[in-house]
Design a protein around this ligand. Sequence first.
Ligand SMILES: Cc1cc2nc3c(=O)[nH]c(=O)nc-3n(C[C@H](O)[C@H](O)[C@H](O)COP(=O)(O)OP(=O)(O)OC[C@H]3O[C@@H](n4cnc5c(N)ncnc54)[C@H](O)[C@@H]3O)c2cc1C
Length: 411
Amino acid sequence: MLQISGKDADVIIIGGGLFGCAIAYYYTRNNPGKKILVLERNELCNAATSRAAALITKIRAKKHFIPLSIETYKVIPELEKLFGESMHVQYAGVLHIASSQERVTDLDALMQTASEFNEPADYITASQASQLSPWLKTDEIEKAGFIPGEAYCDPYLLGTFFGRSAVKQGAIIKQGLEVFNLLADKNTVTGVECSEGKLYADKIIIASGAWAPVLAAQAGIGLPMAPVRSQYWITERHDMFPGNAPIVILPDAQAYARPESGSLLFGIREKRSFYASPGKIPADISNFSFSPDRGMHDLSEVIENLARFFPAVYDIGLKYYIAGFSAYTPDNNLSMGIPAGVNNLLLATGCVGAGISVCGGVGLAFAELAAGKPNPFDFSHFSIERFGKIDAFSEEWLERCAAARGMKRSG
Ligand SMILES: Cc1cc2nc3c(=O)[nH]c(=O)nc-3n(C[C@H](O)[C@H](O)[C@H](O)COP(=O)(O)OP(=O)(O)OC[C@H]3O[C@@H](n4cnc5c(N)ncnc54)[C@H](O)[C@@H]3O)c2cc1C
């Protein structure tokens, strides 16, 4: 282990998921010569990251997310250039379907936002929508908008490109190394206690996803987020799912879909989202049962609504079921930044199921903050103190966060 005058690194990141890897990339890129350590108890990107549907949503109702996602789109070619390898990002575009007056109003606002951010976007007819996505039943479409520049990706590749690039630039990534405790001197966090002993650094960043509230609590912080399940299915292959079709967002059905190697990957917002207390999730979720019936009950509760747009859902075989924990908050805003009253601790947490989209901005923001520089992004909506004092482990809080996921209409 490297030692720099009594400390082991300038920065220690707890968690080698997408956020941890992205921060390590930007930090090593912008601060050559500085030492950063990423501590991951399993393998890189084993948890939420590798399970994501990986829509890289850029234009969304919450405008303050958009600059973070723009950074993600900027960094992808940068990472590809560094290795001379493609990440195979699919720039297939996003088709937004509105089938009620309320959703038409939302779509008009979204198209206006696209124009504010100079993102090409056009209204298209129902028949054009059907040409783009042959599986889509279009009778009920009132308005459709197409944003051709948006993409989806392989989230594991994205995370590991960040990790590999960080290592190339000097980061040390330790896998199989678990952090048990934060070390502190009064209100100042000084290091971590982990399976290799005690490690010290000037700045400690918690980027431990669904588990983050457990470590945050050790610093007296009630971290406003909760582990809430996201789930989706992948159908069997069929001609109606061409590989170059766009992502489709169906807010009236609270569903989204995208192609996946000749199949369709689709997700829903179930009536009641499953959640868990952060302290009760096993460290390795590979064999964790997110649903005893692979989400079939949840799907059956909303299938009628989904079938208005995807009638084949009744007949097509569902080959794969994927689920994982994202960190949700009651207002569906990220929960991250520098907590008040605790020195040298940063929290890159509370991804609200949007971590793939915002990882570029999150990575850059925390790299700059850890280096003592100003945050290039506006994080005022993400403040850790915005809900006042909360008990991140209480049933009431967990339910509040899970209910917020049920309100989501975007991808
Ligand atoms: C089913 C599903 C679909 C999704 N779809 C999308 C999507 O379409 N678009 C989008 O933008 N986002 C999506 N997301 C969300 C996205 O996956 C997350 O926002 C993102 O992966 C969060 O990354 P992370 O690094 O915060 O968390 P994680 O990837 O969970 O990483 C946290 C890491 O910390 C490690 N860790 C925890 N505690 C410790 C400890 N004490 N010591 C050492 N290591 C520790 C864990 O092992 C883990 O590797 C989806 C998520 C799920 C589950």
